[in-house]
Design a protein around this ligand. Structure first.
Ligand code: TYM
Length: 333
């Protein structure tokens, strides 16, 4: 089967090191391997209240950050989700295929809705069905994501399989999650048991791609750690979530393994390791931050990339949606 890659990111908040190491950097690698479609998922963003002017600005900013990180519009399709209507249209059909029981098991809904589940939007509840539509409408085979999206991609497979069974068709491809590298789950710098996240109220918990070199150095210096020295092997990191996280980040940025990082730093304390990590992080992120600022100064260019991307995406999605409509029995007069 020919490979096709789809992945998406929400335009809420800054692109942070977790997004970059867990997902975007892998998108950049995939664009040389297979046809790729990447989306800034603004339909998903409004499952929680957004300020319209900010949403528009953040959608453009996220697209600029993705381009700055190395996604090349000559190789990959980049667009904002609302510009391709097939996502919302397929989502409706899939809403009628997915089961309430399946959605009740989604851990991200439970986390995001918190205690006030009755007060959450219906959109937040069916969020994973829209995510399935994003992937299935392109018949994507591979979905590069961080660890936290695994359950949603598995749900997309279940929905695809049920649609195929119910309608006795092989229309949908079952997508594979691709979760690779030493940083598939980057943790908060303040608490090694919590994921690095755009929604964490403390900006000290994450490194943003827009941070200055001084910000990065100070965030890493203040990152929570323990008083022990670094061990000789990865087994020695067990029970030390903060140390494990920083070693994982170092390995991912240096494009090596945690074991190789420990071979270099075993027996050394964080007084030595943190400055080395800060220097490496700054050297890797500085070119991206520079390019990001250039792109922000040229919104017309970013918009033109998104516009052309939407046209290309629509040309792939539309015939698939037409087949779905025929399959479920919609009259197309
Ligand atoms: P989002 O916007 O939360 O995150 C975008 C990507 O970044 C990854 N990621 C992380 N990876 C490692 N460590 C972290 N701390 C970390 N935080 C985030 C995410 O796993 C993701 O790959 N629902 C999705 C967006 C989406 C999507 C899709 C993804 C919508 N439709 C279809 C794939 C396919 C989300 O909210 O990602």
């Amino acid at each position: 089967m020919t490979k096709r890659v789809f992945s998406g990111i929400q335009p809420t908040g800054n692109l942070h090191l977790g997004n970059y190491l867990g997902a975007i950097r892998n998108w950049v690698r995939w664009q040389d391997e297979a046809p790729c479609i990447f989306s800034v998922v603004d339909l998903h963003a409004i499952t929680v209240r957004q300020n319209p002017a900010e949403l528009r600005a953040q959608t453009r900013e996220m697209a600029a950050a993705i381009l700055a990180a190395g996604v090349d519009p000559a190789k990959a399709v980049l667009f904002n989700q609302s510009a391709v209507r097939a996502h919302a249209e397929l989502c409706w059909v899939l809403n009628c295929v997915a089961r309430i029981g399946w959605l009740n098991r989604m851990t991200q809904f439970k986390e995001k809705a918190g205690k006030d589940r009755e007060g959450a939007s219906v959109g937040l509840y069916v969020y994973p069905v829209l995510q399935a539509a994003d992937i299935l409408v392109y018949l994507a085979t591979h979905v590069p994501v961080g660890e936290d999206q695994k359950q949603h991609i598995e749900l997309a497979r279940d929905i695809a399989q049920k649609f195929n069974n119910d309608y006795e068709t092989e229309l949908f491809v079952l997508p594979e999650p691709v979760i690779t590298g030493p940083a598939t789950r980057v943790m908060s710098l303040r608490d090694g048991t919590k994921k690095m996240s755009k929604s964490d109220p403390s900006d000290m918990s994450r490194i943003n791609l827009t941070d200055t070199a001084d910000d990065i150095v100070s965030k890493i210096k203040k990152a929570k750690t323990d008083p022990e020295v670094l061990p000789e092997s990865v087994e020695g990191l067990e029970g030390r979530p903060e140390a494990q996280n920083l070693v994982g980040i170092y390995a991912a940025l240096a494009e090596t393994t945690p074991q190789a990082v420990l071979a270099e730093f075993a027996g050394k304390g964080f007084g030595v390791f943190k400055p080395a990590l800060a220097e490496l992080t700054v050297s890797r992120l500085a070119p991206i931050a520079t390019r990001f600022r250039e792109l922000l100064a040229d919104p017309a260019y970013v918009d033109s990339v998104l516009r052309e991307g939407a046209e290309k995406a629509d040309a792939i999605a539309r015939p698939v949606l037409d087949k779905v409509y025929d399959t479920v029995g919609f009259l197309r007069p």
